[in-house]
Unconditional design. Sequence first.
Length: 394
Amino acid sequence: MERIKIVLKPGKEQSLMRYHPWVFSGAIRNIYGNPEEGDLVNVYSNEDSFLGSGHYQPGSIAVRILVFHNEDPGSDFLLSGIERAVSYRRSLGLFNNPELNVFRLVNAEGDNLPALIIDWYNGVAVMQMHSLGMFRIRKTIADILIRVLGSELKAIYDKSENTIPYMSGVRAENEYLFGSDTGNLTVTEYGNKFRIDLVSGQKTGFFIDQRENRRLLQDYTTGKRVLNMFGYTGGFSVYAMKNASVVHTVDSSASATALADENVVINYPDDSRHSSFTTDAFSYLDGIKGKYDLIILDPPAFAKHNNVLANALQGYKRLNRKAIGQIAPGGIIFTFSCSQVVTRENFRKSVFAAAANTGRKVRILHQMSQPPDHPVNIYHPEGEYLKGLVLQVE
């Protein structure tokens, strides 16, 4: 069947000619036909030159480009893409590492497979599709994973229920596409054990992207009183327990703090240094003057779209002002943004404004990002979503 043709307005082809994988709806001049969401379409410049093929969807991002040449983005394309992604993770030493069995296997645009996320949890591949086009071919993707990973693969869990664009009207249900419920899933990250809640946990179940930043944190915690804000299931808290004198985990979710408590107990049984608090983060920060030597600020994304960017930047400023203003002298702050629309420069300016409002002397010790299993396509800078700073406050 011949694919529907999409033609761009004059000049709007430039980003695709630089291999950016998104076509925005405002760049489209004509659509010849009536594509359904998830259909493969061909994109052309105003001069009628072929630019690429990808999955169509209504909304701001109208097409996610899979190929920029006249090749078929079918099963062979998917196979070679997943093989490259797996081979790259093997080259990083992430497979067969007794100290580490949780990492990102496929990172969407970063692996030239837009809208496809696959995370690896000790032999269980958890998939999330962020477009209907990828969701439609999820079983093909599962078959390819079985072929590529063989006996290393225990199960495949599709967790796309809440990631399929709502405009599609498609109701996805989380389900196992291969294998079955493995029960209480436990993973190892640099020797630390974590229980994973695949069904109700955020993202695919764990914030894998903070792995190297958690490892860095451990070096700063010796003898420190540590506060882990927005602590979720206690990833930073477990690392802090290695050397800290006190560790407190704060999150608004009772199920998250319960799992944080469990993760600390798995690694440090009968250890009274850790406590968790289920409460609003901003309220908790109002009464901590001089109480902590190290604070981790890892909030959920304050902005998912540009139309709320200004409010998000004010949120980061307010949050960091509270922490910088109240941390003990000489204290260390690990502060993050995971909002894709917040640039590294915008985040740093918000933290600068927060520091200036307190009048305290603040130095940047480290600038952090996502680890190499979350690669960023150089043509798609939006893929660098995780930004972080390590601050020292005098």
